[in-house]
Structures are given as structure tokens and as C-alpha cells.
Write a protein that binds this ligand. Sequence first.
Ligand SMILES: Nc1ncnc2c1ncn2[C@@H]1O[C@H](COP(=O)(O)OP(=O)(O)OP(=O)(O)O)[C@@H](O)[C@H]1O
Length: 725
Amino acid sequence: MSQDNLAENNEFNDEPIERLNLSSSFTEKANSIQSGSNSKSQRSDGMGSTGRQSDSDGVLTEALIEECECLSNLNKTADGTSYAYLELTASSLGLCDISVLADYEQLQVLNLSHNQLTSLSAISGLVNLVQLDASHNRLRSAFDFGDALGNLRSADLSHNEIADLPDMTAFGRLRDLDLSHNRLSEVPASLMSCASLQHLNLGHNCIARLCNLDCLPLATLNLEHNSIERIENLDSLDCLQSLVLSANRIESLAGLEGLQLLQILDLADNKVLELLELRHVKDLRLLRQLNLARNPVQDVPDYRLLVIFDLPRLTHLDGRRVTIKEKVQAENQENPSMEIVAQRDHRLNLVYSYFQPHYVLDSTLQSAETPYPMLVLVGPNGSMKKDLAQRLVSDFPEYFGYGVSTTTRPPYPDEDPERDYHFVTAKEFEELQVGGKFIQTALFQGHYFGLTLEAVEAVAREGLACVVHMELEGVLALKKTHFEPRYVLTMPLDRHRHGQHLRTRPERPEQAVLQSMARAQLYIRHNQQHPGFFDMFINTDEPSEAYVQLRTLVMNYLGLTGEAAKEEQQQQQRSDDFASSGKTLNRTWSKTSQQSSVFNPLRPSAPQTSGKGQVEEESLHRRRSLARETVSSGKPQGRVTMATPGPLVSTRQPAGGGGAASSSQESARTQQQAAAAAGLQRLELGSSDSGQVRSSNPKAPRSRSRAGAEAPAGATTYSPAMIEA
Ligand SMILES: Nc1ncnc2c1ncn2[C@@H]1O[C@H](COP(=O)(O)OP(=O)(O)OP(=O)(O)O)[C@@H](O)[C@H]1O
């Protein structure tokens, strides 16, 4: 076998990444070297020299070599001109004199481990030597065999008494060097001339400082069990894949930032105290195995999940495989989705409220047929929703009241503490929360916001529907309660205008402005991914136009257009009279619940007992059920008559979509008849002329927008494309 062939057989740099194990990598390598050479040294009769006790006073002789069958691998010599044994294994023979080896200059692999050697000068003539194992001897000086062994690729000199290295310039081909378990007090400077060194083990020495490794092409470096306090001077190790620094005195991970190929980092048994240190390895994209076992940082609560969250690419942490479950758990804990946060908030508020004495609050109680009416304007801040809400309330005082939220945010100079928010301290907010006062809470830009039941009740007691405004997080929580409001998404589509709106408040920091602008995308995404989540959309680029749209929407909804308005006023008068006698709330705005079917949107609920006989009541009930089923399960129609005040339904035909409408006329008629049979009042609402108001209710007919988002048929599409424009 030629030298090169032999060298190829012993290459380590081609090992797959997974095999570059932590602290054991060098040991394994050493073992593989040893077992490799041992196996080569095995004769066909299975006998080798390893383990044989020498009876020649530690002198290796030809007779002993023969007796112990030390030679193996009869093959072509390096120059290819003749045959010779290329390997010699003379381990555990108590050898202290190996001068006989000077005659074996064809040797390529030499194993002299576990002897009593104090010098290797006798092998200075083995110019063909590629692999040397002289571990477990009593060598004081390594590489004292001179410069002639320039072909050496692998040298195991571990478990000796080496305190320093001579000049290594001649060993430019050396790839693997094991100097572990020696007496080195520093990284030998001469190592820097080993331009091919890929695997270096300096573990179990007395090294206190990391240095003299500059620009070495190391793939694995083991410095376990030394006295290193700081990770330094490793920046130039561009090829480093595995770094073992366990059992040192390291407190910080600083100094690892540049090791872009690092995959394995073993820092077990050190003094790393803070999770903050992980920032130094956060950007190491290939890091898969991290060992921080027995560091003080492990005492940090939720340590494991926090590390997994910070370094999501890890496959092994502290010697244990990171499971998918742990990854999900870490993500949910440290970066929960808005949905999970809302779920938690809701659970918390619910539990706190259960601890309180319960009152039956008639005014906001969900009745059998209709929920308490509420209108929620939702959108990113700066979408003018607060102004819109307050204007609506002042224009329709007979229908709407403003639900004042509570917040820990300090008031802006122009805000009225009674009208805009209830401003409280963080402690007061917490007390309210623990007191079970909130229907929903949300954290937004570092401040808590919450809507108390009392704020809604204050409006409801007046017989009014409650108008509130909030961020998406608040809506997610509110949707979990028994309230079933209408949700109007208010969004500036023009980023520039949005920025302008936000900057009207000089006290709002620029960072918050940019954050809020970025959040606009969140609303668009949410609208796309959850069709029907918002009931309507209003573009608030132009505040006055937005208000006109909202007002139109509300008036349409309340039936307050033209003659209808007058009639409504009269009706309202009658209702008020009715209400003043029994204070019955005009439930006009909220969505009906799944179970509830129908109600007259403009008049107080009809009394349930009509004086009909039982059979007639049952028949009526059957017909109502039939009508409900027909209405709720009916396929989207071009023109649908809804008997509920539920979704806004377009009466317009989508362009070119008449076919669907005509083909379903029969079905529509059936629905209408069924609804009429049940004695239900029709409510037909069209999209506004401006085309900006539309429903995203899933039951409404839909057409596909250019951007792929679903939108109700007949309505102008609301898509991110509009934002881009
Ligand atoms: N109970 C609540 N739950 C969740 N979000 C809420 C709640 N009450 C108010 N918010 C929202 O918190 C955000 C607070 O924003 P900010 O303090 O910057 O300005 P604002 O004047 O209150 O609102 P805007 O800028 O939208 O007029 C607003 O988007 C507001 O709608």
C-alpha cells in the first residue's frame, strides 16, 4: 500500500458531522487509530503483540518482534519497488528501548502505546511513517525524532509527560495530533506551523489561556479539563466544527461569535451563569449540539425551554436530544401566538371573575334570542377608530353609548380621563384584574388595556348599545366571551396617511409609530387568513369620509334612511315608551348567536307567549326551525334575504356572476318563503355606493379578489394590493 493510500484510509476530515462527537471525539479517534492499526496488525491466526508481557527487560528485539508477531500488513513499500511489512504494533510490552526500529524504515504505521518509553529518537529514520501511536508512555519531549518524519499524518502522544513541543515546521502534513493528558501549561506556539492540522486534542493539560491557534485549519479542537477562563483568539479558526471546552472555568460565551461553521459546542462543567450569554452563539447557524450541563445557568427556571427557544436549531442540549414537543412548548411559552395570549388572558379573567360574587346583570345578559348589542371598531392604532367611535356615539346618542376602556398608558395631553380611558396605575390595573372586573385585557406597546364589565354595563343600563374600540389582541380575547359584537375593521390603506395620523401625537415615540405602521400588515393578514373574522371594513385614509361610511353603515343597519328614518324616529318613540315601562333594550347590533335565530332588529323582541294553543305553538315552532335551517344552510345566493340582523348582505350581482344567482333563484325563493312562513321580517342591506363598506361574513356571497383574498360578491375587494398601491 502506498503512503497516500494508507493516509487516505486514515483520514478523519471526511467523517460525517454526526460523528464529530463532543468530548469523546478525540478518544474515539484515538481508538479508531488504535483499533485500525491493531486490526491491521492481526495476523491470520488472530494473534498480535498487544497484551503480551515482555521478558526482555524492556528492549525491543527482532526476536521479540517475531515472537510477538508485531509486524503486519505485508504490502508494497512506499516507493513501490518491493514488499515489506508496513505496520508494527508493539504495545503493552514494557518497552523502554526501541532502537531496533531504526532498521524498519518501510514502516508506515507504528503503535508503541502503553510502554515505558521516554524518547522516540530511535524512530528518526522512519521516513515513511504516516501514523504513530505513542500514547501511555513516559515521553517528556514529543517529536524528538527530528525532521525526517515529514510524512506523519497522525500522532497520538496522549498520556505522557510532555510539557512543550519543539519546532514543528517539518510536520506540515500532520492532520491529527493528540496531546491530551500531558503537562502542557500553554498551547505550544510551534503548533502554528502545522498548516494541515485538522484535529487537535489538548485536553487534560494545565492550559490557562487560549492562544497560538491562529489560522489553523482545525475542524475539531478539544481543550477539556484545563484551566481556561476566557474564550479568546479563536476568531481565525474558520473551519472549526467541534469545540470541546468542558471542565474549565469559563463564565462567558463571548469569543465564539466568529465560528460560523461550529456545530458542536461542549461547555459542560464550567461557570456560565446567565442565559444572556446565549446571544454570543445565537447567530451560529450550524450549531446543533450544545452542552451546558453542570453550569450554574441550569438553575434558571425553565432553563431548557428558554435555551431551546433562543437556539431553535439545536438538536441536542446537554447531551439530550431536543424533542419536537419541547420545541413547540418553548415557542408557545416564549413567543405565543396572539391567539394563545388571548386564550390565557381570557382564562385568567374568567377565573378571577369566578372568585367574585355573581350578580345577574340583565342589561348585558345574553337573552335566549339575542345577545347584548355591541359594536367594536378594531384596527391598528392611528386608524382613527377612537374618534370614529366617539363621533358615532355623539351622533346617535339614542342608540349608542361609548364603552370606556381602562389602561395603564399615561394620558395624552388632550385626553379626558373620564371620556377617553380610565387611566390607572399598573398596580390598580392588577387589582381590577384580580378582582375579576375585566371582560378582556390585552398588552399593547408595553401598556395594559382592558374593558371592564362595568364599563359595558354603564352603557347597557342606559338601554344603549355599547361602542368600543380595540386592537386585534383585545378582539381575540373578547371573542372568547359571551358577547357577540359586530366587528368593524378600520384601516388606513395608505401607509403615508397612517403615519401622518400616528404622528399627530407628538408625544408618541417614532419607534411606536413605525411599530404601529408595521402592525397594519398584521390586520391585513389576519383578515385574509380568517375570513369572516371582521364583519365589515372601513378605509380610514380620509377620516371624514370614513365617518360618512361608518354612519351610512349604521344608518342602513338601523334602517334610518329617508322615510325609514322618520318612521324609525316614531318607532323609537314607541320603543322608548315601551322601554320606559319595562326598560327593554333595543338589541339591534350584535351578531345573533349560533342557536338564536331571528329577531326584529328595530323593535323590542316580540313576547314569546302569543295566546296560541299548544298545537299551534308547536306547529309554529316547527316552521321556525325549518326556516332557520334553510337560512343557515342555504348556499350563497345572488340575492339573499336574511331574516336576521346578522351579516350585511350585498344585493348587487358580481360582475358576470348572474349565472349562479339565476340558478339559485328557486332556492332563494324557498328561503324567502320559509322565512315568510315563519313570520320573520326581512332585512336587506346593500353595500354602500362608495363600495368601501362590505361584509366579510363567510355566509355572504363571495368572489375571489385579484390578490386571491376572498371578498363578498358585489363588494370592492379589500386586499393587500390596495395597501401596496
Ligand atoms: N380594551 C382594549 N383592549 C385592547 N386594545 C385596546 C383596548 N382599549 C383600547 N385599545 C387600543 O389600544 C391602542 C392604544 O393606542 P394609543 O395609546 O397609541 O392611542 P389611542 O389614542 O388610544 O388610539 P388610536 O391611536 O387608535 O386613536 C388603540 O389601538 C386602542 O384602540
